[in-house]
Design a protein around this ligand. Sequence first.
Ligand SMILES: [Zn+2]
Length: 453
Amino acid sequence: MSPISLLSLLVRPHARGLRTVVASTIRQVNATRALGSVIPRKLEAPSALFGSTIRRLSTAAPEFFQVESLPDSSTTVTLDNKIRVNWHDGQQSQYHNVWLRDHCRCPECYHQLTRQRLVNTFKIPTDIRPSDLTLKKDTIEVTWANDSHKSIYPLTWLRQHSYDPPLADPKTTEIPIFWGAEIAENPPTVQFDDVMHSDSALSHWLTNITTYGFSFVDGVPVTPSHTEQLARRICFLRETHYARGLWDFTADLAHGDTAYTDLALRAHTDNTYFTDPSGLQLFHLLEFDGTGGQSLLVDGFHAAAELHRRSPDAYATLAEIPVPTHSAGDAGVFIIPTPRARPILNHDPVTGRLYQVRYNNGDRSTLTGLEARDVERFYEALRRWDEVIEDKAMEFWTALRPGRAMIFDNWRCLHGRAAFTGHRRLCGVYLNWDDYRSRVRVLGLSEEKERLI
Ligand SMILES: [Zn+2]
């Protein structure tokens, strides 16, 4: 990335010609966003790394912004109600005065420890204007005309939060690598003792999860309590109607769910019936005396990219049509998500990126709420999806064994199981998505750095 710098800055309060251009740009952006809230703006399958090639993970630090020089040319102006910044790379950003004042990060306006807003948004004059604007090496200082309050905005922060226009994301430090059956040759694995005693090993474990969507942990003492301690290295456990944290079960139908049988389970994600499905799931096979029962993992992001390649229409259908789900097999439990139905492929309405696969054909409720014209289109798309995830090249089959825990991203990976005979005892936990992601950020493994809030 080439260095970016702010060239210079000048107060010019009556640049009306520029304002007209800016206003039309804003209307276009808003129209796009309104559409995006209903239909993902661009149904973006994660295609950049499509394929089964294993790539090296980049460890380069992200470069956001550098200030090189401050020459004389007047390329930054204030408009009537906003400030424009001309960036060194030719990009321009506009920031409304009211937005800037509301986002002042001084101790008076923003609590430095709790990182919460203190400024009274509703006392900001609607016609607020700067009386002075000063460019420093890494910041812009604004003095506001109404009360002489001074606000200081780091250029890195302004660049990161440019909304008119939204500027390209910084280089990501999290690079998902898609995989298929070939991952069996060298699955991502860490050692229990390392993870328990070293934060760098913990980071390695989490990087496996953010990169591949799963990781093994070898050398785990074969007890529920050691399994729980391992999971707690990431975050606290999620309680559900199945268990108060760690679950530990055999095929005794202790709960009304096919997981508690010896039946085969087709590839699915868990908790499609929760408003907020668990982010991670960890399994540890404690005892097994029988046949079958191999575990299946499928990279759901890879499968989505493959579906997009084979049939963009099927992809769009699964990204659009909401599917209702439920969990009602236990007496006294009747769970359905809010909203009632969600698509199988879920996209961030702002970035357009796929962020969650939510799929369990067994947990799908009665399909109502579909337009009549969508019924056959939906079943056709579902068939195409099933063809992809049942493709042998997509399936990673592995026999779990005592001492080897398996953790996976339940928003990305589908899992399943072969039918089995005999005695099989498995324990495991669910972890919340937000708490797992918080751990990733705090360990510095994400581009979503605290300083960029
Ligand atoms: Zn302030």
